[in-house]
Design a protein around this ligand. Structure first.
Ligand code: AMP
Length: 278
């Protein structure tokens, strides 16, 4: 694997990147599954590691974000990645144009996670726009765990007319507990990790209740009731249309949840098929 710390060196190499996997490092099996998806679809794979300070709405969250570059490089080499782009902030900012905020799709960036993390998705659009200019990939590989982010990047591609295909990859979970893998999980104690798995249990319950014809409002009430008894502070639990992320209707749905366990923000989702499509 060739490692690039300099954007100039990366651009001068004129690489023909087929699949691009942007990450913030501290790589786990979830990230590695994206690389596997990339390998199934393409040959020349570039992973980036860049912890984008601007997208953190909480300074403590940024300061405590786990950095494990040596281990990450080892994992990427083993996974057969061709290129790692590991640039610094100034280098990125000096070698790319920012996202023009006048294009911000506020209906999307101020919704769900965006409602609770002001400016987060605008910063995501900015960094991905910059990375697209530098990497110029044919595909971007994104995890379904960050479901809203997929829609945000879809908008970015439409706004700037990028010829880039989004390929999504399913959420990887801890065996047994079902807790969605996340770099932030390493900030949880063993006890908190056990508690965090209640999030996936609640999502599974919501899917079962939906299959049992329980109305969505009643399912929501039930889920909020469960978390009233637990030390997880829910920001939102809701159902949305799977294909548009707009209000839930009769099509396939997705249940999305976000909440805090201590200082750690956790998100997850589950796809809830429409009964007519089963
Ligand atoms: P991050 O490093 O958290 O910014 O994530 C980089 C990419 O990995 C994003 O596309 C995430 O959606 C994806 N990702 C993170 N966690 C998981 C997971 N548990 N399963 C699948 N993809 C994931």
């Amino acid at each position: 694997m060739k490692i690039f710390n300099s954007i100039n060196e990366f651009c001068n190499s004129q690489l023909d990147i087929e699949s691009f996997v942007p990450t913030m490092g501290n790589l786990h099996e979830g990230h590695l599954s994206l690389i596997n998806t990339a390998k199934k679809n393409s040959k020349n794979i570039c992973v980036s590691i860049y912890v984008n300070k601007n997208q953190f709405t909480n300074k403590k969250d940024f300061d405590s974000y786990p950095i494990t570059l040596d281990e990450d490089i080892y994992k990427l080499e083993k996974a057969g990645v061709n290129y790692l782009l590991n640039p610094c902030k100034d280098d990125i900012e000096n070698n790319s144009s920012p996202f023009d905020a006048k294009f911000e799709p506020k209906y999307l960036t101020n919704d769900l996670c965006g409602k609770y993390r002001k400016g987060h998705f605008l910063a995501v659009m900015d960094i991905v726009h910059r990375l697209f200019q530098i990497v110029n990939p044919k595909n971007i590989i994104l995890g379904e765990k960050d479901y809203q982010q997929i829609f945000v990047i879809k908008e970015l591609i439409e706004i700037y007319n990028y010829n880039i295909k989004i390929i999504t990859s399913p959420t990887i979970r801890e065996k047994g507990s079902g807790l969605a893998l996340s770099s932030r999980n390493s900030l949880l104690t063993a006890e908190q990790k056990k508690m965090a798995s209640e999030i996936y249990k609640a999502l599974q319950l919501s899917a079962i209740l939906y299959a049992d014809n329980v109305p969505l409002d009643q399912i929501k009430d039930k889920i909020y009731e469960i978390f009233e008894q637990l030390p997880i502070e829910i920001e939102y639990f809701t159902f949305r249309d799977l294909k548009t992320l707009q209000q839930a209707n009769d099509n396939d749905l997705i249940a999305l949840i976000a909440g805090y366990l201590g200082n750690v923000r956790l998100i997850d989702n589950i796809i809830v098929k429409s009964k007519t499509n089963l």
